[in-house]
Each structure stands twice: as structure tokens, then as C-alpha cells.
Design a binder for this molecule. Structure first.
Ligand code: FES
Ligand code: FES
Length: 175
């Protein structure tokens, strides 16, 4: 017979995409499960659940992490961004458009994690060359596309960025 002590819960307060989520979660629950089951944000996917495939990639206090390797309890008091935060980000929107344009997704299962990893690259390594893009994205697995189209898409957004497309001063909008 199970008792409450078999699955102890803890209260967490997490800023998810700018909204504070207060939930009672099992201490053992992973961040990606918290996002999907307790916050209703299904964009982050579960693939391997071992920290290998990258389908669960989200940002925790601005750093990309594997949502399947972080406990929800560890995110207590912290800020999480998921692919659902896409709308306010012009870079993420540009990446989404580039993925479509370059046919960089087929089943789409890996795509949310790919987009979050790519967004991190575009923001942190604006001068990355094609080989560096390939190396950066190598932490995310795709079983459909063969990767070339994904690298093409990311490189195209880097090129747009270099051309000033996301300069707030140039377009008078938040990048
Ligand atoms: S589900 Fe987290 S890395 Fe694969
Ligand atoms: S598009 Fe199917 S796994 Fe990447």
C-alpha cells in the first residue's frame, strides 16, 4: 500500500515565460514534465529522457538545459523559457520561418529543442561559421532531416542578423 511519503511533494514557484507558476509537484518530477503536465506547455518534448537527444531543451535563467535532467524543484525561484516564448522574440520567429523555408523539419518532434538551441547560438555566437553551427547543434538529435537543412536554416538567420535585421535601432522594435 502506498503512502503520501512514497511520492513526497514540494511547492515550487517558477517564472515560466514571464508567468509565475506556483504548483505542488512530486520532488522527483523533472522540469520538462512539470512544464508539460503542470503548466500545460507541451512544446518541450520528451525523447530519450536521458539527456542525450535534446528534444526537451529549455532555458533556465538564460542557460540552455536538458529539461529531463533538471528537477522541477531545482527550478524553484528561477526563470524558465520554453519554445512557447517564441512570439515576443523576433530571432526565434525568424528561426521558425527559416526552418520552414529550408525544409528543416519533417515530423517536427526535435524542432522545439532545435529552435531553443539555435536561438541560444544566434544570441551568443553571432559570428559562428557553418562548422561551428554544426558543432553547436550536434547536441540535438534529429531522426528525419539529415541535419543539413537545419544548419542551412540557422546559418540563414545568422546572415540576417549580420545584415542588421534584428537591430532595434534599425527597425524600432524589440529584437
Ligand atoms: S528527452 Fe531530454 S535529452 Fe532527450
Ligand atoms: S524532424 Fe523528425 S526528428 Fe527531427
Amino acid at each position: 500500500m502506498s503512502t503520501p511519503l512514497d511520492n513526497p511533494k514540494t511547492r515550487v514557484r517558477v517564472d515560466v515565460n514571464g508567468r509565475v507558476m506556483v504548483r505542488d509537484v512530486e520532488c522527483r518530477k523533472h522540469l520538462v514534465d512539470f512544464l508539460r503536465e503542470d503548466c500545460g506547455l507541451k512544446g518541450s518534448h520528451l525523447g530519450c529522457e536521458h539527456g542525450v537527444c535534446g528534444a526537451c531543451t529549455v532555458r533556465l535563467d538564460g542557460q540552455i538545459v536538458r529539461g529531463c535532467l533538471v528537477l522541477a524543484a531545482q527550478a524553484d525561484g528561477h526563470r524558465v523559457e520554453t519554445v512557447e516564448t517564441a512570439s515576443p522574440s523576433r530571432r526565434l520567429k525568424a528561426l521558425q520561418d527559416a526552418f520552414v523555408e529550408h525544409n528543416a523539419l519533417q515530423c517536427g518532434y526535435c524542432t522545439p529543442g532545435m529552435l531553443m538551441a539555435a536561438l541560444d547560438l544566434v544570441e551568443r555566437r553571432p559570428d559562428a561559421n557553418r562548422e561551428q553551427v554544426r558543432a553547436w547543434m550536434s547536441g540535438n538529435y534529429c531522426r528525419c532531416t539529415g541535419y543539413h537543412a537545419i544548419v542551412d536554416a540557422v546559418c540563414s538567420v545568422l546572415a540576417q542578423q549580420k545584415a542588421g535585421r534584428f537591430d532595434a535601432a534599425a527597425e524600432g522594435a524589440q529584437a
